[in-house]
Design a protein around this ligand. Structure first.
Ligand SMILES: [Zn+2]
Ligand SMILES: [Zn+2]
Length: 344
């Protein structure tokens, strides 16, 4: 198989090809903050090895490390693991294996990008000690924090993530990006400065940076959930602990969420009455807004977020262009957040 430098096929074609490949896959994620001297060379090394194994996913590489969300054909998982563990930058890196595999693959292609940072946090890393991270909390310790009235649990994810699932008693900042979160949280919570604080996110990566940042801001007792909600679920099952996470854990792949608690805690954004924790992207590519939809509304609007989006999607090219041009100013539905997905 030739090295896949850039897959230029249209999305629909990639999707169709991926759907034909019905081999069972393992969806996993991992990250590591590690000095990478030459991210471009590192990227090529990953690309060559992982394309040959049929891996798909979205991976960010930077001087500061790697953040990977991907899937691997089950039959190649051993080879994949052996290869990863043999790389000096990755030896011993723990994987977070997805809680559930959907009927559709979690990714349709392999994308590896070199970035300035592996998570967009807006921080100047030279202005504080990024290695001064908080201690880890296990799932059992996290449960103790949740029950402890003296402790504060903070959700470090975006509002569209915490809307469908979060820990009992957690503080849930209403923010759209991690950058905003890091700005808002230290300012809002100064009354808790000397309390026991537990941070959590999807897979743990955001809390590595956030815990160091909070400590730099004068918070003395900051810890964070190791492996995030994904690993919490595994630990809860393995150790028979009570599950204190309600609802779904938002994930950054085609599945958009994995169930952790049984209950649905959010509502459909269209009718505002039926319960739903299923995310959809509006089928109109101009819009593509992320929203929660109940079965009835999705059926009634054919997967579009609004009648305007449905109509213009089938309109002549000229009209479509106009819609695209004025979408943000006039047509973006007010009840949805301006949300663009970013791996976290
Ligand atoms: Zn509805
Ligand atoms: Zn729309």
């Amino acid at each position: 198989m030739p090295t896949l430098l850039k897959d230029l096929r249209p999305r629909s074609e990639k999707r169709a090809a991926a759907l034909k490949d019905t081999r069972p896959r393992v969806t996993l994620s991992f990250y590591r903050y590690v000095k990478i001297g030459n991210p471009d060379a590192f990227r090529l090394r990953l690309l060559e090895a992982w394309a040959a194994l049929g891996c798909m996913g979205r991976i960010y590489v930077a001087h500061e490390g790697i953040n990977a969300q991907m899937n691997v054909p089950k039959e190649h998982f051993e080879a994949f693991d052996a290869w990863v563990q043999a790389q000096p930058e990755l030896t011993g890196v723990p994987y977070k294996i997805a809680v559930e595999e959907g009927p559709m693959p979690s990714f349709y292609k392999l994308t590896i990008k070199v970035r300035n940072k592996i998570v967009a946090d807006g921080l100047d890393d030279d202005s504080f000690d990024v290695t001064n991270t908080g201690e880890y909390l296990t799932a059992a310790q996290m449960n103790e924090y949740i029950d402890d009235p003296e402790a504060v649990v903070i959700d470090m994810r975006n509002a569209y993530e915490s809307e469908i699932g979060h820990f009992e008693n957690a503080i849930i900042p209403d923010v759209d990006t991690f950058r905003e979160e890091l700005e808002v949280v230290p300012k809002l919570l100064t009354v808790h400065k000397n309390k026991k604080i537990a941070l959590y996110c999807t897979g743990g990566i955001r809390c590595e940076k956030a815990s160091a940042w909070m400590k730099h801001q004068g918070y003395t007792n900051v810890k964070h959930l190791k492996g995030g909600v994904i690993d919490y679920k595994h630990q809860v099952e393995r150790e028979g602990l009570p599950n204190k996470f309600k609802g779904k854990n938002f994930v950054f792949d085609e599945r958009l969420g994995e169930r952790v608690g049984d209950e649905v805690i959010s509502h459909c954004h269209l009718c505002r009455t039926a319960k739903s924790d299923t995310h959809y992207h509006c089928k109109n590519q101009v819009c593509h807004v992320l929203f929660l939809g109940c079965d009835a509304c999705i059926k009634a609007r054919d997967g579009y977020c609004s009648a305007k989006c449905r109509l213009t999607d089938k309109a002549p090219e000229k009209l479509k262009k106009l819609y695209a041009r004025y979408y943000n100013r006039y047509f973006r539905p007010a009840q949805f957040k301006k949300t663009k997905l970013r791996a976290g």
